[in-house]
Design a protein around this ligand. Structure first.
Ligand SMILES: Nc1ncnc2c1ncn2[C@@H]1O[C@H](COP(=O)(O)OP(=O)(O)OP(=O)(O)O)[C@@H](O)[C@H]1O
Length: 318
């Protein structure tokens, strides 16, 4: 449905987006995650045709955005980071104005009523936009994006600046949108992307550093399971013995305790359980296990790892 291919953008000599590619399937809710300045807004603006790319292409439903902008844009509803509102208009007048501007070919009154109902702003219809709270303004921006029932909805950081209650409501709304639309939604908040989206693309310094289904991202980034071990004995003997266990991919001593025991982090293949092997190996060499805990990295750990610039999961795949 949305295909981004080798997209690059330079602002003068600054490379804001660096050769990124990904596709979004029909009905998918894709989270575009990255820290401030990663290139999210620049990418969103190129996908929606508001900004031309330096190179690369964006295709919406088979239609290239720069070749046939009118047709391609008619398939997109866009809520930019700063919603394009005319704040002296009432909500209804603004939506009527946008309806005409977008040349929507649906019954005007019914459609605007439906969009206001969906975004829960019916009761604000006759209020002037500048008198609304930020949360309600965001909903009006969202209502504007939904005019014409576009199959693709693109939302650039729609929850920034909202209070926790408003954030929960906007997230709920986005999840509902995913039932009928393909949604691309950018954020720098990992927890909200993992809560709302089917798939996450992580961008850092203009490059994609991960692209995976939300529940598979953990395995893709860590590349396996982790076991932490505290044991008493010779470091060389312990690491040697652990390395011999077939499912073990990596073992490292991470520190020493005051009682003389050592802390080790063991990385091993997903879907194996090495605890018994570790126990037997330690018994064989006469080392004593004081503590053993399995634990994967949290999504927060991964996000930091991915965006620190030291890791590129896609490079490792190649
Ligand atoms: N018009 C511009 N001219 C020059 N540099 C720009 C321009 N717009 C963005 N940049 C730079 O491009 C890079 C990416 O910016 P972009 O706004 O796309 O990131 P972002 O991920 O959306 O960040 P944020 O979450 O802070 O909005 C940044 O280094 C930014 O300073």
């Amino acid at each position: 449905m949305v295909e981004v291919k080798n997209l690059t953008k330079f602002y003068g000599s600054i490379k804001a987006v660096d050769d990124i590619s990904f596709t979004v399937e029909t009905g998918e809710v894709l989270g575009f995650l990255g820290p401030n300045g990663a290139g999210k807004s620049t990418t969103m603006n190129m996908i929606t045709g508001y900004l031309s790319s330096t190179s690369g292409t964006v295709t919406i439903d088979g239609c290239e955005i720069l070749d046939d902008p009118i047709h391609a844009k008619s398939k997109i509803g866009y809520l930019p980071e700063i919603p394009p509102l005319y704040i002296d208009m009432t909500v209804k007048k603004y939506l009527e104005f946008m309806f005409d501007l977008k040349k929507v070919k649906l019954p005007k009154k019914e459609h605007i009523d439906e969009v206001m109902r969906l975004t829960k702003i019916t009761e604000q219809a006759d209020r002037i936009i500048k008198h609304l709270s930020k949360g309600y303004r965001q909903r009006v921006g969202l209502a504007q994006a939904l005019l014409g029932n576009p199959p693709v909805i693109i939302l650039d950081e729609p929850t920034v600046g909202l209070d926790p209650k408003q954030i929960i409501e906007i997230r709920k709304l986005i999840r509902n949108l995913g039932k009928k639309h393909t949604v691309i939604f950018s954020s720098h908040v990992l927890s909200e992307v993992s809560e709302v989206c089917d798939r996450i693309v992580v961008i850092s310094k203009g490059k994609i550093v991960a692209d995976a289904k939300t529940d598979e991202l953990s395995a893709q980034v860590s590349g396996g399971e982790k076991l932490s071990l505290v044991a008493e004995g010779s470091t060389a003997d312990i690491t040697e013995a652990i390395k011999k266990i077939p499912a073990v991919k990596h073992v490292a001593k991470t520190g020493s305790n005051v009682d003389g025991s050592g802390r080790y982090m063991i990385e091993y293949e997903t879907a194996s359980d090495i605890r018994r092997d570790v126990y037997n190996a330690m018994v064989r060499i006469g080392a004593v296990i004081l503590d053993m805990q399995s634990g994967n990295e949290t999504l927060e750990d991964m996000f930091l790892k991915l965006t620190s610039g030291k890791y590129d999961s896609r490079k490792e795949d190649m």
